[in-house]
Design a protein around this ligand. Structure first.
Ligand code: SAM
Length: 305
């Protein structure tokens, strides 16, 4: 079959979220890690030095050094973050919603135990309080120890770190946050409810009037069905939700999507983004990238309907 007969969003094999991986020794004595994106392809990196392997109450955690990407955090076989390319994901999941809000003072981050979202959020001086709700304390502890360039802002006095389920936390808060960012693992196990209608409803109630919601919404290349389901579900609660894209080299397909929505109704992507605060230098996000990221290729528009 010619490859171009097969649209990205209908892989030949199963389209499970990427969760299988392999750590293998080569004959030369090197250790290679592969995250499979489908039964037939994946990303492989050489693990120079294993820093940690273990199991928390929620997931398998592996941390290792790589030559090209720096230190890499892997949860349940899926690469979460690397020192080399984390700036793309964290700048895009944070600065797009924060620059879409006129005055974000109280920010909630659900998941995000590596601390990258907190670091980027604190670059906005109008932010008075950041609440990080991460279900797995081991992710926070290991990130503090092994990923200081990412987790280094978790000790800031404006930050409250809570180790609990984000679903329960959000249900118990009303009109409390100007921006909610959901930086979660793939939508399986404890992260699955974060992409369902009751959670989106609770998040809308937890937002103050005019509040902005953003979340990662899977990749269009290997997780197209998951992306489509999230897009359809979020629109039941936030009818004008919009999606945007960023290139993350270590994520499946190299391309990742995010959703942005507003409690006020009209999706803020149509508004001109506020400029970044003076003196804040980013490596991926710019106001032009902000606007351009919402321009979706036709196959991605087809996925989200
Ligand atoms: N920035 C990286 C990315 O998106 O791939 C890292 C994401 S961060 C490590 C994802 C975190 O979400 C994990 O540490 C996981 O424990 C957390 N998480 C998953 N489900 C959650 C829930 N229901 N409540 C709070 N945190 C949750």
């Amino acid at each position: 079959m010619a490859l171009n007969n097969r649209p990205f969003f209908q892989p030949a094999a199963s389209n499970q979220p990427a969760a299988s991986c392999q750590m293998a020794a080569s004959p030369g004595g090197q250790t290679w890690f592969t995250e499979y994106h489908s039964p037939a392809s994946g990303i492989t990196v050489r693990a120079e030095k294993i820093l940690f392997t273990g199991k928390s109450a929620f997931q398998e955690i592996v941390l290792f050094e790589t030559e090209d990407y720096g230190r890499m955090l892997v949860l349940d076989g899926a690469i979460q973050t690397t020192e080399r390319d984390e700036f793309v994901y964290h700048e895009m999941i944070v600065h797009v919603p924060l620059c879409a809000h006129p005055k974000p003072r109280r920010v909630l981050i659900v998941g995000g135990g590596d601390g990258g979202c907190v670091r980027e959020t604190l670059r906005h001086p109008e932010v008075e309080r950041v609440t990080l709700v991460e279900i797995d304390g081991m992710v926070v502890d290991l990130s503090r120890k092994f990923l200081p360039s990412i987790a280094g802002s978790l000790g800031d006095p404006r930050v409250e770190v809570r180790i609990e389920d984000g679903v329960r936390f959000v249900k118990n808060h009303k009109r409390a946050f100007d921006v909610i960012i959901v930086d979660s693992t793939d939508p399986v196990n404890m992260a699955s409810p974060l992409t369902r209608t009751p959670f989106f409803r609770a998040a809308k109630e937890a937002l103050a009037p005019g509040g902005i919601y953003a979340c990662q919404s899977q990749g269009p290349v290997f997780e197209a069905r998951g992306m489509r389901r999230i897009a359809r579900t979020i629109r039941k609660v936030f009818p004008d939700a919009a999606h945007y894209l960023a290139s993350v080299p270590t994520y499946p397909g190299g391309l990742w999507s995010f959703a942005l929505a507003s409690k006020g109704g009209k999706c803020p992507e149509v508004n001109e983004p506020r400029p970044l605060p003076k003196g804040v230098r980013t490596r991926y996000y710019t106001p032009d990238i902000h606007r351009a990221a919402f321009v979706l290729p036709a196959y991605v528009r087809e996925i989200i309907g």
